[in-house]
Design a protein around this ligand. Structure first.
Ligand code: NAD
Length: 484
């Protein structure tokens, strides 16, 4: 087992979990067990919270410029270990190495953002709000926060939160995905090198049991969740019931609308990356192509031809363009959706079910799959499949395309491909999604912008990243002053 049994990181120390429950972590390209992850006990969670609580006051009194220096050093360590981290992401998740590199780059950009905290955390003030009276708003850290992370960006997602939270003066607990926990184990080795005061950053492995203890713990101030919609709803409601701040980024079903005047070749390239990048396991992945008018036939032909040529394999191998899905369970779920699509009358244009990857008989591979004649009421058009399965719908005009997007419960992302400024403007104005792409298939906000999301794709008000992140991790205290 390459990575052994993973430990927790509590109060500045690596500690072995006492839990008797251990899960296997597999390399999805080979099916091999590469680590074991403990489902930590309630006692271990309580220890992490106690450590984070004890560390809070001294850390919040540490000047922001000094807290920022930890971020500069974290960035430097991440740059030094960039390739090692990217390779771990491939081994535990399955995505191809270039995608893993992109993920690590995005993680570092969030550290860059947090390094700017001395200016980002400045408050604001006004003189003479009444005669001789001035008013100021101060941004203050709050206490202990934690994140609950999904499997699909194991290195990046906790970086949306931990750097900003800690730079703001809070203390932190990461609960990684139990499916892909190794990247965070590695990240905490880097954090350990920086000699944070004990208790400022903590890592507790586990699943629902760990999350539930944190959600109801009286010494925890808030949670950042990223994962599926049912769990996001549960975490939002439970956190609120316990008086905690919550930002919950959830599932998706993203539409890619192609207008008749779109640049066909560039659009096809963007659609392919959107639908089949990371084997469709991205919350920003395009799941439905909505072809408007007579672009439908040529678009369909080019799309199928190009998707059929995608090379599927082990993400670490040269020339591979798409890796496996994360687990056997995920593969079975995706195959179940393909069966459902056929059963409900969609036409299977490209069938990825029997893809064979030489030398990897035990990998969880599903090839690019494309359905035509999808209708908005079909299960494959309504539910998040989270795999390399793309549906094509044909509509007569822009308003019909808009109706399809509006009819979905999710509102994570939507893209339009067009040469018309008017349609692009209408799209960004009217579409109820939080991340809009115009002539690009993955509308991923950089670290200085909030990660959008509406409807069943986001529960909360302040989003992750950008100034929303700073505001989520701070409270505004108002001071009104008069001197006699
Ligand atoms: P998941 O909901 O199964 O798990 C996410 C996290 O929640 C894990 O850490 C898991 O341990 C924990 N968890 C699972 N069930 C729980 C429960 N009942 N109570 C408490 N905690 C629980 O999601 P996943 O399969 O790891 O990730 C894929 C999902 O994440 C997809 O739906 C995808 O769209 C979504 N996602 C959303 C965004 C976004 O920004 N909106 C980004 C990435 C992924």
């Amino acid at each position: 087992m390459e990575f052994g049994t993973l430990k927790n990181y509590i109060d500045g120390e690596w500690v072995e979990s006492q839990s008797s429950e251990l899960l296997d972590v597999t390399n999805p390209a080979t099916g091999e067990v590469i680590a074991k992850v403990p489902l930590s006990t309630a006692e271990e969670v309580n220890q992490a919270v106690a450590a984070a609580k004890a560390a809070f006051w001294e850390w919040r009194e540490t000047p922001a410029v000094i807290r920022a220096r930890y971020m500069f050093r974290l960035k430097a360590r991440m740059e030094e270990c960039f390739e090692d981290l990217a390779r771990i992401v491939v081994k535990e998740h399955g995505k191809i190495i270039d995608e893993a590199r992109g993920e690590v780059r995005r993680a570092i950009e969030n550290v860059d953002m947090a390094a700017g905290i001395p200016s980002l955390m400045m408050g604001y003030n006004a003189e003479d709000i009444a005669e001789g009276i001035d008013e100021e708003a101060i941004l203050q850290p709050i206490g202990v926060f934690f994140c609950v992370a999904p499997f699909n960006f194991p290195a990046m997602v906790p970086s949306w939160f931990l750097p900003t939270a800690v730079a703001c003066g809070n203390t932190y607990i990461v609960k990684p995905s139990e499916q892909c926990p190794i990247s965070q184990n590695f990240m905490f080795e880097l954090l350990d090198d920086l000699d944070f005061p004990p208790g400022v950053v903590n890592l507790v492995n586990g699943a629902k049991g760990v999350v539930d203890v944190l959600l109801s713990h009286p010494d925890v101030a808030g949670v950042s969740f990223v994962g599926s919609t049912p769990v996001g709803k549960y975490i939002y409601a439970t956190a609120a019931a316990h008086g905690k701040r919550a930002q919950c980024q959830a599932g998706a079903k993203n539409c890619l609308v192609v207008m008749p005047d779109a640049d066909l070749d560039r659009t096809v390239a963007a659609l392919l990356t959107s639908a089949f990048g990371t084997a469709g396991q991205r919350c920003l992945a395009g799941a439905l192509v909505v072809a408007v008018g007579d672009i439908y036939e040529p678009l369909k032909a080019k799309l199928v031809e190009a998707a059929a040529a995608i090379k599927v394999g082990n993400g670490l191998d040269e020339g591979v363009q798409m890796g496996p899905v994360v687990s056997l369970k995920a593969k079975q779920r995706i195959l179940g959706y393909i069966d459902k699509g056929i059963e409900q009358g969609a036409e299977l244009l490209l069938d990825g079910r029997n893809v064979v990857v030489e030398g990897h008989p035990n990998g969880y591979f599903v090839g690019p799959t494309i359905f035509d004649k999808v209708t908005p009421d079909m299960v494959i058009a309504r539910e998040e499949i989270f795999g390399p399965v793309l549906g094509i719908l044909q509509v007569g005009g822009f308003d019909e395309a808009l109706d399809i997007i509006r009819g979905l419960p999710f509102g994570n992302a939507a893209s339009i491909f067009t040469a018309s400024g008017k349609w692009a403007r209408e799209f960004k104005y009217r579409v109820p999604a939080g991340n809009i792409g115009i002539n690009l298939g993955i509308a991923a906000p950089i670290a200085t912008f909030p990660f959008g999301g509406k409807g069943d794709s986001f529960f909360g008000d302040l989003h992750g990243q950008g100034m929303d992140g700073v505001n989520f991790f701070t409270d505004r205290k108002v001071v009104i002053t008069r001197w006699f």
